[in-house]
Design a protein around this ligand. Sequence first.
Ligand code: GRF
Length: 228
Amino acid sequence: MSETGEPTPIAVLASGRGSNFEALLRSVQTGQVPARIVALVSDQAEAPVLAKARAAGIPALVVPGRPSEMSATDWKEQPIEQRRREHDRRVLEALAPHAPKWLIMAGYMRMVSPVLIGAFRSERGYVRIVNIHPSLLPAFPGVGSYGQAFRHGAQVAGVTVHLVEEEMDSGPICAQEAFSIRGMKSEEEVEKRGLEIEHRLFPETLKWLLKEQFRIEKREERLCVSES
Ligand code: GRF
């Protein structure tokens, strides 16, 4: 809910299956999260999440990882930072008519550039982009984090919701939940339990985060603490 009492317009960025998108959609529909999902953006034209958004009547936009008018060879010749910036410019262009106030990254498998970060930086300094990551950050950043925890023989795994900054899987931590994986027999078992937590923790966190009544506490890193 914004200061005006209107539901906050949010856009979801997702690259794949979309189980977090579905959980978020449910929480918006039941009123748990006072928001309006104005668009879903995916970088993958075949991502199952697109159909889920369309079925709910939400504009589902594809902004491919490589612009269709460019050959793979020409695209690869550009430095990675430039490719990221170019992609983010296209994301912003696609989102412009829908005017989201917040971006929600729910299984978005890309790093964002200063273009997106700058466009969503609030007047209070933090960035209005939030991500869910399947580990207890700063442990196991990157991809396949449930698998990383399992393969390392860790006894706990976890889920982190954090505000986004330029460096991968960094930015103020908003919420975190650990769970025991002692005795679990496979990565799939860890992921199944983790996703159950994600689907509850993400909406719970967005509920207070979108009100923007929090402060960022500085330690060695930063922490996003609810004030309500
Ligand atoms: C989740 O585990 C999320 O934490 C990670 O990617 C996965 C996406 O799953 N960032 P889904 O597409 O939401 O089902």
